[in-house]
Design a protein around this ligand. Structure first.
Ligand SMILES: Nc1ncnc2c1ncn2[C@@H]1O[C@H](COP(=O)(O)OP(=O)(O)OP(=O)(O)O)[C@@H](O)[C@H]1O
Ligand SMILES: [Mg+2]
Length: 267
């Protein structure tokens, strides 16, 4: 959601697609945003949003065709947009794989713990050595191949650490070291992460992000922690290859950029 709003605030036209429609968190976040915007008379930028639920067809191949078709239709309707941000479910399913295979940039947020690291790679007992890739990494790798076969495109895979804690510096260092090694073996780039911040959980009911606090009537002054959090969002944009500031608001629409799909999914 922060990525979507950051892109909107830089003046890009942004479409969003929820492939995790059963959980539907992204869709509800956007609905909350639309409601809050109308109720409070705020002119918050909102993406053009689509939900693409899983197929209910029985046969696996018919279901895959159905999902491929509906995802393609949603993406086609957003073809004039600068960015399409796709949210995929945490669990592996055919729709999630289709979403991965359409990505130009794949962003995998990873909670900063050994438990979550296990979703990227199999580690030895004490968590010191990498034994091999996980099912998720193999799936992402396979979708990179599918993407290359489909249109010759490549997927820039970025892993970003989330919920970084300032309390456990040793854990942070150990995970950082393993991720560094993994990035070479599995073929992703590491982006600077997001810290654990209560504010990230508090903004959902109103559909707001840290980038909206100034115009929201949330009664929240912009604190040092908010400023630091905005820096983290900006650093993520930089890692994707976008620079700029959100403080100027969504004014200019940049026409020159090619259509780019950004896919965010967690293993
Ligand atoms: N940096 C953070 N600081 C504090 N809370 C966070 C942070 N990141 C995520 N959360 C909270 O963790 C919960 C799960 O976040 P989110 O829905 O983004 O995870 P997810 O990886 O998409 O989960 P799923 O795999 O179930 O789709 C939410 O309540 C969210 O507000
Ligand atoms: Mg999710």
């Amino acid at each position: 959601m922060h990525l979507i709003v950051a892109l909107l605030r830089q003046g890009y036209r942004v479409g969003s697609i929820d492939l995790d429609a059963r959980q539907g968190t992204l869709s509800r976040y956007i609905e909350n945003r639309q409601r809050c915007s109308a109720e409070d008379g705020l002119a918050l930028p909102v993406p053009t949003h689509h939900r693409v639920p899983r197929s209910t067809l029985d046969s696996a191949s018919a279901a895959r065709d159905d999902e491929t078709e509906r995802l393609a239709a949603a993406m086609a309707s957003l073809s004039a947009y600068d960015f399409i941000v796709i949210d995929t479910p945490g669990s592996d399913n055919s729709l999630s794989r289709l979403g991965h295979a359409r990505a130009d940039t794949l962003i995998t947020p990873l909670n900063d713990s050994f438990l979550d690291l296990d979703l990227l790679a199999r580690l030895d007992g004490p968590g010191r050595r990498i034994l091999g890739p996980s099912l998720y990494s193999e799936m992402a790798w396979e979708q990179k191949k599918q993407r290359a076969l489909a249109d010759g495109g490549s997927i820039d895979w970025i892993v970003m650490r989330n919920r970084l804690s300032s309390l456990d510096a040793r854990n942070k260092r150990n995970i950082g070291r393993l991720l560094e090694q993994l990035s070479h073996r599995i073929g992703f780039r590491l982006a600077p992460g997001f810290s654990e911040r209560v504010i990230f959980r508090e903004l959902f009911p109103r559909g707001l992000t840290l980038l909206d606090i100034r115009e929201s009537k949330a009664g929240m002054p912009l604190s040092m922690s908010h400023v630091a959090a905005r820096q983290e969002v900006r650093a993520l944009l930089n890692a994707i290859g976008l620079t700029g500031s959100f403080d100027t608001g969504a004014s200019e629409v940049r026409e020159s950029l090619p259509l780019t799909q950004v896919q965010t999914g967690s293993p």
